[in-house]
Design a protein around this ligand. Structure first.
Ligand code: GLY
Length: 387
């Protein structure tokens, strides 16, 4: 039994998952304390800051385990109400768009790849439509005249992750929650003063500190198991960083909806930003963007939408997708009062509302919602740590 007087609910991690969970806890009457490793006023190359914000269960379906596609569809269905509530509580826009994704193929090989992708999407029951070259150009006149065909995923949406994170943080604070910046957690241990709670230790602005908590939710992105020894040693909780480089351009809008090719994606924002992503690299925590990564992204973007040539270069950044061994998140209770929402890999932004609402129900109600069964950590604990 968790004693509520053992302290607040502490959320470790101030990215999209941690903030969304904190927000859903606030909506359920809690006043969570968020410990965010990024120092105040600094941006940090976190997955949330670097992410393009595609909400695209259809477009990512080919590479994803079925459980992730299903949770992605569930989460996408929750998005309009989730964003509506965050915008109401923060009085900020989150840059939510529901224009769909247009896939394009510039040669027969890519067109055949789209046919194969469509079959994978159909297996997941997703709504996608094949288009000929003329239909592609009707929809998006700035797409290359070399496009030989395409595919429309009308159900894919997008959001601006930076705006959403800022709005969530504001809504959490307004609802009575607290967010501490520059707080790097490295220990989570049973409380020495209260056997019902946990002690969360680490450094705040370089100084050792600790917080006693009734419950802890760990949502610390790619660094979670490198930084928190106890979590890292817990079977199934190993998370590795999968680097992604992203380029941001600015200028007159060229496309209305997200554009994808088998190589890249371009996500437009209402304010004229165009986000081009992303590389997929196993390079540890190397934060420096490379000339090669930037060149590849721009080259493929130029092939898909030649008008990008005239846009203004705004930013290049690299972040880390947090990946578990099976590329399925762990959203579970690890021990009484200790929860984890980790390893969201390519889909952290998409999966945020479902993860946050289901985990908040688990924390507050004490029973694991059936929708979280596939995300239990037990799957790693049966035969030597592999699912
Ligand atoms: N979800 C897109 C990416 O991870 O690049």
């Amino acid at each position: 039994m968790i004693r509520r007087d053992a302290g607040p609910t502490v959320v470790v991690g101030g990215g999209i998952i941690g903030l969304s969970i904190a927000y859903e806890l606030v909506r359920r009457g809690r006043t969570p304390v968020v410990l965010d490793a990024t120092p105040r006023g600094e941006t940090g190359e976190t997955a949330t800051r670097v992410a393009a914000g595609m909400l695209a269960p259809a477009s990512e379906a080919d590479d994803e385990p079925a459980a992730v596609v299903a949770l992605g569809r569930d989460s996408l269905a929750r998005y309009p109400a989730f964003v509506g509530a965050v915008e109401r509580d923060s009085e900020r826009s989150c840059g939510y768009r529901d224009d769909g994704t247009l896939w394009i193929a510039v040669n027969r090989d890519e067109d055949a790849e789209l046919e194969r992708l469509m079959r994978a999407q159909a297996r997941h029951g997703l709504d996608v439509r094949k288009l000929d070259a003329a239909a592609v150009r009707d929809l998006e006149p700035h797409v290359t005249p070399r496009a030989v065909g395409g595919m429309l995923a009308p159900g894919d949406h997008s959001v601006d992750p930076r705006r959403l994170a800022e709005a969530l943080a504001l809504a959490v604070r307004r609802g009575g929650g607290t967010i501490h910046a520059g707080w790097c957690v490295d220990r989570i241990e049973p409380s020495p003063v209260d056997d019902a709670g946990w002690r969360v230790g680490g450094t705040e602005g370089g100084w050792r500190n600790s917080v006693d908590a009734a419950e802890v939710v760990v949502a610390a992105g790619a660094r979670v198991t490198a930084a928190i020894e106890w979590i890292g040693a817990s079977p199934g909780c190993e998370v590795r960083p999968v680097r992604g480089e992203v380029v941001r351009l600015r200028g007159a809008p060229l496309v209305e909806r997200s554009i994808r090719t088998p190589r890249i994606y371009l996500v437009p924002r209402t304010d004229g930003e165009l986000v081009i992503g992303a590389t997929t690299e196993e390079r540890g925590f190397d934060a420096d963007p490379t000339a090669g990564g930037t060149m590849d992204l721009l080259r493929h973007a130029f092939v898909a939408v030649p008008g990008v040539y005239d846009l203004v270069f705004a930013e290049v950044s690299a972040g880390w997708r947090p990946a578990t061994v099976d590329h399925i998140p762990v959203i579970d209770r690890l021990a009484p009062g200790l929860f984890a929402a980790i390893g969201h890999y390519r889909n952290g932004i998409l999966l945020a509302p479902a993860t946050a609402q289901l985990l908040a129900e688990f924390v507050v109600g004490g029973e694991r919602p059936p929708a979280l069964e596939r995300f239990a950590v037990d799957r790693f604990r049966s035969e030597g740590g592999n699912p």
